[in-house]
Design a protein around this ligand. Structure first.
Ligand code: CA2
Length: 151
């Protein structure tokens, strides 16, 4: 049976494409989901794509991915990246490899965005590639878990 990658998106990302295009571009979460599904399909992987504005719900989903032995988690925790020890602990608590993604280059922005609580416990981090970062994260996960490309 095909393995599943959870793609988890945090607060306000449901608004992607509606404002701040100079930082986040014009694409929507729907576009991000399409990119993720296309990338995963090339490696015969399933995508479970979710967005929540609630910290506890994101934590429940990280734990669920761990319990379900998901092939990986791609997470853009939004602003919780910079504030949530609880999400950091959830990521640290799963054996599933976690890839941290940010659409913008958080290091080229305000000082308060320069620190991520998640980076130290993630398997890898990507930022500044726009929504292409999600595709790169799935490609990277596929390589990590040895999911070959579809002929
Ligand atoms: O660059 C990223 O992906 C971020 O995770 C996005 C978060 C921000 O707090 C992080 O520092 C970096 C913000 C998500 C809100 O996105 C919106 C996009 C368009 C319109 C409104 C919100």
């Amino acid at each position: 049976m095909a393995q599943t990658i959870y793609v988890l998106n945090g607060p306000n990302l449901n608004l992607l494409g509606t404002r701040e295009p100079e930082t986040y571009g014009h694409s929507t979460m729907g576009d991000v989901e399409t990119i993720c599904r296309e990338s995963a399909a090339r490696h015969r992987l399933n995508i479970d794509f979710r967005q929540s504005n609630h910290e506890g719900e994101l934590i429940d989903w990280i734990q669920e991915a761990g319990a379900e032995q998901a092939a990986g988690i791609v997470i853009n925790a939004g602003a919780y990246t910079h504030s949530s020890l609880a999400i950091r602990d959830a990521v640290a608590g799963v054996a599933t490899p976690v890839i941290e993604v940010h659409i913008s280059n958080i290091f080229a922005r305000e000082h308060f965005r320069h620190h991520s609580h998640i980076s130290a416990v993630a398997r890898a981090c990507l930022c500044g590639f726009g929504i292409m970062g999600y595709r790169l994260a799935i490609e990277g996960l596929a390589a990590l878990i040895g999911a070959g490309e579809k002929a």
